[in-house]
Design a protein. Sequence first.
Lengths: 295, 295
Amino acid sequence: MPTFEESLKRTAGEINNRISELLPQPDGPEARVIEAMRYAMEAPGKRLRPFLIVQSGRLFGIETEKMNRVAVALECVHTFSLIHDDLPCMDDDDLRRGRPTVHKAFDEATAVLAGDALLAFAFELLGSERTHQDPFVRCELVTHMSKAVGAHGMIGGQMIDLSIQTLPQDIPTITRLQRLKTGALFAFACESGAIMGRAGRDSRHALDAYAHDLGLAFQIADDILDVEGSSEELGKAAQKDDDAGKATFISILGLDRAKAQAQMLADQAKCHLDMFDERADLLREAADFVVKRRN
Amino acid sequence: MPTFEESLKRTAGEINNRISELLPQPDGPEARVIEAMRYAMEAPGKRLRPFLIVQSGRLFGIETEKMNRVAVALECVHTFSLIHDDLPCMDDDDLRRGRPTVHKAFDEATAVLAGDALLAFAFELLGSERTHQDPFVRCELVTHMSKAVGAHGMIGGQMIDLSIQTLPQDIPTITRLQRLKTGALFAFACESGAIMGRAGRDSRHALDAYAHDLGLAFQIADDILDVEGSSEELGKAAQKDDDAGKATFISILGLDRAKAQAQMLADQAKCHLDMFDERADLLREAADFVVKRRN
């Protein structure tokens, strides 16, 4: 039996290959934007969201090959959000995944366009017949993804993050911020298997609840890493939040209570998987992984 | 019989109402991004692309109500592109449709996010059951739209526009630029009726050819307006291209030949509609309109 880390690495390797195959080719006078898309997508990453997608498909017997296409689509959306969030007018970051951010390696205009094109491309992948033979399923992927991304999803979360200084700095606000900013894509990832497998409401609710707790645990762990980790380990600037005076789970709860909260959420996430058999074991391990990871 | 201008105005009025109904509500701490989306979408516009969509649906007997949803989706995409193109790192425009651009009325970060959210929302609309009962048709709308928007579509066109100084300043390059930047969405607009009506290949080819000529005629007319019009009439900065030393159809062909070329393309566009009966009359008139308009 491969360990959790080996499974995660294996999925990352497969996804990296699929990214390279599926993304548009850098042809024509517009090649520069595609080079920027590929630069951002080919940066080394844990590929945790793709892993959740593949594992959620496994619960319903969906071939990895099909789930990989959904995973590449989600990774396009995740990468689009990183490119735009790193822009000077947003978080103004120079380093991402250990390399210069897209607007540093190319330029700001190309970074905006590369993000835009990755978002559009995600929907091209989901709408394609090769992703699922049933167009009803493909439409469901499209509408769920667009809601997860949109103004009341991930983008809304980034909007809250940018206006956090003007909002009450309390746990409900921070929870809503993270539920949208990180949680919405986690929820899409975990539900995608249920959509592909046309699973019933109970499975979907269970996976949604799992994703919600997992996303919050992931985010608190991120805040802890931001305080405890070095930029070298993280591959991006450390202690950004503290420097910016941003409210986080740690600034409100303190480090010890934040750590306990992350572990509690990870344990709770696992409980939501009780209705699934041992095919959910890697999702159970994923919950521990998100709070124990070092980057 | 209403005149062409009356029909265009009527569609614009209907689309404005649908925009107001369909866009997300500005709720929650993320409301700011939705206010920016609505600000940009509610700016007065000719709504020419929506008009093309409604008229292309008419050729195949599709209810205006259904086509209006596709039209709002396309207008979201068009508006997203305007918001991002106006950003300081792109064309750096302060005025659009006679009002401050989104990054001026709000701020740059909100403008980036509002554009992103409009793009995502377009796919939510297209994927929804209310747009068409057949999920196969909805998937076709999604994949055609994403290609029209993407790296080898509108976004690729903007990439070429930004790098035009490094490319050969000739008619093939300018034609490719405009074919992607303006033409791709025109083509989607004109083909959408055929997709919704599950029309055959001949109709689709005819509408694609019509859209291609119409888009180029529209763009040359835009270049002429940029030279001859005032900022007041245009509702945006005039003579931008000339000031920026950008190659346009006019800088290459001269004003008189550019005008003749635009009219020739409009006439040619009409010829592609020969297979359609009088239901295509407003599309025929649209070809003359794009070269005769004053803004």
